[in-house]
Design a binder for this molecule. Structure first.
Ligand SMILES: Nc1nc2c(c(=O)[nH]1)N[C@H]1C(S)=C(S)[C@@H](COP(=O)(O)OP(=O)(O)OC[C@H]3O[C@@H](n4cnc5c(=O)[nH]c(N)nc54)[C@H](O)[C@@H]3O)O[C@H]1N2
Ligand SMILES: Nc1nc2c(c(=O)[nH]1)N[C@H]1C(S)=C(S)[C@@H](COP(=O)(O)OP(=O)(O)OC[C@H]3O[C@@H](n4cnc5c(=O)[nH]c(N)nc54)[C@H](O)[C@@H]3O)O[C@H]1N2
Ligand code: SF4
Ligand SMILES: [Mo]
Length: 651
């Protein structure tokens, strides 16, 4: 759309791995972004971009942005590279991937991709190439695997977040919404003003969100399942459960009653480290507020007992009858109907191939018995050297001299430093894409606004160039980016409609119990993790307000806002170690150590410390990072237990 002043208006969206998937409006003048703002008429964005993204155009011209393909020019992982042209880069990759497939079979190749961009092209298109080559695949997740496992059983783990404005009580259970999903707060605010809804936050830290709510319950980390069991027991004892609803939804309500029976308020209080009266008060508040929205975050899933946490929360929503009314139920995540898996075209593989757990990249790359071993890898949309569990082994794997690694990136991340070839990727303002969301029900289209900086290419174009070089002729490898994206929607017409409108709402209906398959509520009530030795502190690594996982940890403004790696500690825990606020300290785990500055605050429970933001290694004064401190652990469903980490804090 061109306006008389020569300003072109382009509709797009923020691609980051954030529940809000904001729609944005780009004002383009003379081929440059003159202004970027949140789309005013988008029902969730409503004109506002967050503290991370409002100056996103600066990222296009960041001084450290990768603009050209690079070839390793030093020992693996040293981060020394020299510039090469695209033709050379593509020829080298085609030759190496081809040789690896010929020598070891296609399964010696492995794509490694995550949600750095939620766009279906940026996220999925390169998988076409790997499926066509018969490469190994991956499954699983480093985020919310417990919730995914519960959903796979049929449990409802989300409703339209816009409905939250209709609820009578909001329980923010390990969710720091004002930092991690700021636009959702609007619906919570609406519930407060329309219905006098109270907001209760359950979090070991008094976060910005907890301060904005009505009540904060500073629970001991990992004890959430016990609290949930305690709440259910009170309802069942006092006739506050909606047994008719529960029995219509689940087959094991009686067994569930037995499971929670041992958890009387005094015992719950002892385990969770909160007063018994708080437990009773919360139980009565939720029972009285019909409906209650239980909004669960990812933080409390990041333990070996993540599945028990989400299952018990689902049980609360069901046994409490909160799914009966709009605005109530359990909300872990909720998206529109968009099928992004077909964009990766798994059908291009001639035969099924082996699949690795995405959350165990370190083990996969270092397994001496793997046949064939992974010999060639392409990584995009993720920074595993920082964000994967088992950080030491991840780095050991990435450092293998015999592993040929291509990293597609915007910046020279800790991971890209291990590459043999680095390819520069376009950013959202420069490419076409289409995406769903995990915190609302809209599909959003992104029209490119400006030319790509330097020699950056979209992932669709990278696929086409590599396919040509490898003489792969399947038409799916030569489609345009828009054609690739349309595989996610019912038709090309629906893609055109989404692009014209900017976004379309495509919401599945609200969950209700079905007469057929009934759900299982019972899954045990595990205890919180115990410190392996006395005196150790439990380390939480929650999301940073100005970072998006490890993204922006290299951006000047964001770094200034985050100051430096800060370890939140209770003043009494600091004093007990002879440590003072503002002091530089060493965090020591069984596997690694790193340097941070102490921030003494009574906004965190005793016995718990927190390091917000996924800082890159260089900022931590160590060869380690937060995920290399302690032995890694996973839940049964494969969720990395990022928060089951115990450390010492030393001067
Ligand atoms: N600004 C910003 N926004 C983000 C992100 C980001 O990095 N920065 N990341 C995005 C991504 S990928 C995700 S998954 C979401 C995550 O969104 P959230 O789940 O809201 O994020 P977290 O900070 O991981 O965890 C939320 C809270 O859980 C608390 N917590 C930790 N352990 C426990 C526990 O055992 N019990 C309880 N009750 N609370 C606990 C932490 O103190 C933290 O305040 O945020 C998304 N949005
Ligand atoms: N200790 C600890 N570890 C954690 C967590 C925690 O709370 N504690 N949180 C976990 C969670 S919830 C998550 S979701 C993961 C996130 O882990 P990651 O998926 O690794 O997320 P980011 O660190 O943001 O890295 C994304 C990368 O993708 C790049 N990128 C973005 N857009 C594009 C694009 O269009 N093309 C290409 N080629 N690259 C792009 C960015 O520059 C960035 O380097 O981390 C997990 N790890
Ligand atoms: S990071 Fe989240 S809140 Fe910020 S602009 Fe992107 S989608 Fe919106
Ligand atoms: Mo995540």
């Amino acid at each position: 759309m061109a306006t008389p002043t020569g300003v072109r208006i382009v509709k797009g969206c923020c691609p980051l791995d954030c529940p809000d998937s904001c729609a944005w409006t780009v004002h383009v003048e003379d081929g440059r972004v003159a202004r970027l703002e949140g789309a005013r008429t988008h029902p969730v964005t409503r004109g506002v971009l967050c503290a991370k993204v409002h100056d996103y155009p600066l990222r296009l011209r960041a001084p450290d942005r990768l603009l050209h393909p690079l070839l390793r020019d030093g020992p693996k992982g040293a981060g020394r590279f020299r510039r090469i042209g695209w033709d050379e880069a593509v020829a080298r990759i085609a030759e190496r991937f081809g040789a690896i497939a010929a020598a070891h079979g296609g399964e010696a190749l492995l794509p490694v991709a995550y949600m750095g961009s939620l766009g279906v092209v940026q996220r999925r298109a390169p998988l076409r190439l790997f499926h066509a080559l018969g490469a190994s695949r991956f499954h699983g997740s480093i985020c919310g695997a417990s919730g995914n496992a519960l959903a796979a059983e049929g449990h409802p783990i989300g409703f339209d977040p816009e409905e939250m404005s209709e609820c009578r009580l909001v329980v923010l259970w390990g969710a720091n919404v004002l930092t991690t999903s700021p636009h959702q707060w609007r619906f919570i605010k609406a519930a407060r003003s329309r219905h006098g809804a109270r907001v209760v936050t359950i979090d070991p830290r008094r976060t910005v969100t907890a301060r904005a709510g009505d009540e904060h319950i500073p629970i001991r980390p990992g004890s959430d399942a016990v609290l949930a069991a305690g709440l259910a027991r009170i309802w069942l004892h006092e006739g506050l459960a909606d047994l008719e609803f529960a029995n219509s939804a689940a087959h094991d309500v009686e067994a569930f009653r037995e499971q929670v029976e041992p958890w009387d308020p005094a015992r719950v209080a002892g385990v969770c480290g909160i007063p018994a009266a708080t437990v009773v008060g919360l139980a009565h508040a939720i029972a009285a507020a019909q409906p209650t929205a239980i909004r669960a975050g990812i933080g409390p899933q990041q333990t070996v007992h993540g599945e028990a946490f989400v299952r018990l929360l689902s049980a609360l929503a069901i046994v409490g009858g909160h799914w009966r009314r709009r605005g109530g139920g359990l909300l872990v995540e909720a998206g529109p109907r968009l099928r992004d898996e077909p964009v990766g075209r798994p059908d291009l593989a001639a035969a099924p191939t082996r699949s690795f757990d995405f959350a165990r990249l370190g083990a996969t790359l270092t397994d001496p018995d793997l046949d064939p071993p992974v010999m060639g890898m392409m990584i995009w949309g993720t920074n595993p050297a920082v964000t994967q569990p088992d950080g030491g082994r991840v780095r050991e794997g990435l450092a293998r001299e015999d592993l040929f690694t291509v990293v597609v990136e915007h910046f020279m991340t800790d991971t890209a430093a291990f590459a043999d070839i680095v390819l520069p990727s376009t950013m959202q303002l420069e490419h076409f894409d289409l995406q769903g969301a995990w915190g609302h029900r809209y599909v959003t289209a992104n029209t490119p606004a400006v030319e790509a900086a330097g020699e950056a290419l979209s992932h669709g174009e990278i696929v086409r160039r590599l396919a040509r070089a490898m003489r792969l002729t399947h038409p799916a490898l030569h489609e345009t980016d828009a054609e690739m994206a349309s595989a996610a929607l019912p038709s090309r017409a629906s893609l055109d409609a989404a692009m014209a409108a900017g976004w379309i709402k495509d919401a599945p209906g609200r969950w209700s119990p079905s007469a057929g398959a009934k759900l299982r509520l019972c899954g045990g009530v595990p205890l919180p993790p115990a410190a392996p030795a006395p005196g150790l502190l439990q380390l939480l690594t929650p999301k940073g307000h100005y970072f998006l996982n490890s993204s922006f940890a290299n951006a000047d403004r964001h770094r200034r806002a985050m100051k430096e790696p800060m370890l939140e500690i209770h003043p009494e825990d600091a004093a007990a170690r002879g440590l003072a606020d503002g002091q530089e300290v060493e965090i020591r785990g069984a596997r690694g150590r790193l340097r941070v500055r102490l921030a003494a605050t009574d906004a965190i429970r005793r016995g718990v410390v927190a390091l917000c933001g996924k800082w890159w290694t260089a900022d931590l004064g160590a060869a380690s990072n937060i995920n290399g401190l302690a032995p890694a652990a996973w839940s049964a469903a494969g969720q990395p237990a990022f928060n089951d980490v115990f450390i010492e804090v030393l001067p």
